[in-house]
Design a protein around this ligand. Structure first.
Ligand SMILES: Cc1ncc(COP(=O)(O)O)c(C=O)c1O
Length: 357
């Protein structure tokens, strides 16, 4: 690491969030959702650490993501939740990737595939993204699968409104329950809840064995009341240059910030929009030596500017989020959700893993 800009990933916080969620879902088990490089936290490190803590089933979205995990783990089960094509059955079979049967075409195609495959069936109970809807079709397909060499490991659905738990959420819970009662047999893994539903509702659901935990594993939540979670990622940089401006002088592209007094001090940080520190962050503040200072000017590809005072020195550490400014503050500033902020931290930012246990 040459450039002093990095993301700290606190693996102890990750485990503490896992344990916190486990209390809510007990005795059911958690499937960590580590797609999108574990929401920007680093899927391989997250997986390896959680394997040591007893987890052996992980969920991702893409086949590429699943194969990258398989390269580092021989033993864990890997569920791929995104879509696939039938010409990818072979690679799933070879690398023991449990894929998702999410529509009627794939459901029919697995039946004609000669070698044994392992998969989960996804049911669409109201999200209307991926999943089979027709109950009669599901039941007769499951009977056919039972006679085939294949292994229907799991069945699942996904909630559209888990964090508001409105009418649609309750309809989805009931629809899945009604279907489960009609199935000719139960696969060994049944999972419906994401983070919000795991933490707030799973204890009311009787028919599941697992839950899928994504955002809350990383210490984040759309719910205001999840105070037991600890954010896992902190974004840090260092002041690499300080400019002294006179009144009227401007900073950066477009000269959009103009000093309004003599002796203004502008700190330069080596982080910009190519790192995921997008231009709309320009209205925010950052933390240096426990104080908050405003960003000024336009954020460049590799750098940004902060108006500081004379106490700030080259080499001082800057916390962009994960200290006095939370990741949720950044998400709010950008009119988005924490998911998008963490996933948007680019590969240029090295992840530094911290653990005591
Ligand atoms: C199918 C599925 N399950 C689980 C999750 C995890 O959701 P969350 O991060 O809200 O826990 C996602 C995330 O988008 C998903 O697409």
């Amino acid at each position: 690491m040459y450039r002093p800009t990095w993301a700290e990933i606190d693996l102890d916080a990750l485990v503490s969030n896992l344990r916190y969620a486990e209390q809510s879902v007990h005795p059911k088990k958690i499937i960590p959702v580590i797609k999108a490089d574990a929401y920007g936290h680093g899927a391989i490190e997250v997986m390896k650490h959680l394997e040591k803590k007893g987890i052996n089933l992980f969920a991702v979205s893409l086949l590429e993501e699943a194969l990258a995990l398989r390269e580092v783990s021989d033993t864990s089960d890997i569920l791929m939740m995104g879509p696939l094509l039938s010409d990818q059955f072979e690679i799933c079979q070879k690398h023991r990737i449990q894929f998702t049967v999410y529509d009627e075409t794939i459901a029919k195609e697995v039946l004609t595939y000669p070698k044994p495959l392992a998969f989960h069936l996804k049911v669409d109970t109201g999200m209307h993204r991926y999943g089979l809807e027709d109950e009669d079709m599901i039941i007769s397909w499951m009977k056919d699968i039972h006679q085939s060499p294949h292994d229907l490991v799991g069945i699942y659905t996904h909630f559209a409104t888990a964090n508001s738990q409105d009418q649609l959420f309750h309809e989805q819970v009931s629809k899945m329950e009604a279907l489960i009662k009609k199935l000719p047999y139960l696969p060994r893994v049944v999972h419906v809840s994401n983070s919000s539903a795991s933490l707030r509702y799973e204890s009311h659901i009787t028919y599941t064995t697992h839950t899928r935990l994504g955002i809350s594993l990383y210490g984040l939540s759309l719910d205001q009341d999840q105070l037991g979670l600890t954010p896992v990622m902190k974004l840090k940089s260092k002041v690499v240059e300080i400019k002294r401006l006179k009144a009227g002088e401007t900073v950066g592209y477009g000269g959009s910030y103009r000093a309004y007094e003599d002796e203004e001090w502008i700190a330069i940080l080596p982080i910009g929009y190519a790192d995921g520190w997008i231009r709309r962050n320009k209205t925010g503040k950052v933390e240096i030596n426990g104080e908050l200072y405003p960003m000024v000017g336009i954020i460049c590809m590799d750098a940004c500017f902060v108006r500081v005072d004379q106490s700030v020195r080259v080499g001082d550490t800057v916390t962009l989020f994960g200290g006095k400014i939370s990741l949720d503050d950044v998400a709010k500033r950008l009119s988005t959700i924490s998911y998008e902020v963490v996933c948007g931290m680019s590969k240029r930012i090295p992840r530094i893993y911290q653990r005591e246990e």
